[in-house]
Write a protein that binds this ligand. Structure first.
Ligand code: SAM
Length: 248
């Protein structure tokens, strides 16, 4: 039977690809890629020559049927995106969903993912986390999303563009306060990799100080909400005071 392989690719350092990923790319009949020119560079580097098929956000639902038909005829296909793990803020969801519905085997390969890479070095709690993808671009929607996350107890992970990072940190300060702990993980696995964290109110001037600090690709992490234990005992104290008045 045919298989769809989900193949993660490097997020910056070309060496970050597994032996198994290279073997699978060499074995399949076809590679479904987000951007075929981008993927061609990776394939060239590893001297893999395979036909590529464009599958991006704007044509995925329609092209998925074509790929399913090819797999039903016996072809094995590898799905890759421009960087990291397919489906993680990248195309692939419709194809995988359709494959599973059609009874086609889906085999995922473990590999690079910017969110997990950033989390592992962030120093923020990693036992529970919430991947939030990209924040909305528009002001109000961004503020609303951050407001809805005010009491999220888990570490939150976002993808962020260099054009928006400053505005996002400003909004975090206004919605969540300047003491909210954040971490910026920039250019992971690349030459200018920088991982910088602290209270949002201190990260903002750090970002403003040097425009190079705003360049490149970012993962932004926000520490989860911690209920103040004193505030809680305050509430308990209040209740006790009220109760004590009623007690004989
Ligand atoms: N599928 C990818 C993955 O598994 O990480 C993510 C694809 S998403 C379209 C691209 C975003 O991931 C970038 O805008 C950036 O926020 C983040 N990203 C990708 N590579 C990165 C890197 N080397 N350093 C920091 N962030 C990165």
């Amino acid at each position: 039977t045919s298989t769809l392989f989900i193949v993660p690719t490097p997020i910056g350092n070309i060496q970050d690809i597994t032996e198994r990923a290279i073997a699978v790319l060499n074995q399949v009949d076809l590679i479904a890629a987000e951007d075929t020119r981008h993927t061609a560079k990776l394939l060239n580097h590893y001297q893999i020559s395979k036909p590529c098929f464009a599958l991006h956000d704007h044509n995925e639902q329609q092209k998925s049927a074509t790929l399913i038909a090819k797999m039903q005829q016996g072809q094995n296909i590898a799905l890759v995106s421009d960087a990291g793990t397919p489906l993680i803020s990248d195309p692939g969801y419709h194809l995988v969903n359709d494959c599973r519905a059609a009874g086609i085997k889906v085999v995922p390969l473990p590999g690079p993912c910017a969110a997990i890479t950033a989390l592992s070095a962030s120093g923020l709690p990693s036992d529970r986390f919430s991947f939030e993808g990209f924040l909305p671009a528009k002001d109000k929607a961004k503020t609303d999303t951050l407001t809805a996350l005010l009491e999220e107890p888990r570490t939150m992970i976002f993808y962020e563009s260099p054009r928006r990072v400053l505005d996002t940190v400003e909004k975090i300060i206004s919605v969540m306060g300047p003491d909210k702990k954040i971490v910026l993980a920039r250019e992971l696995s690349k030459t200018f990799e920088t991982i910088h964290g602290g209270p949002a109110g201190e990260v903002l001037p750090w970002l403003l100080e040097d425009e190079n600090r705003r360049r490149g690709e970012f993962v932004l992490l926000i520490a989860g909400f911690k209920a103040d234990p004193n505030a809680l005992s305050q509430a308990v104290l209040q209740t006790l005071t009220l109760l004590s008045k009623e007690l004989p």
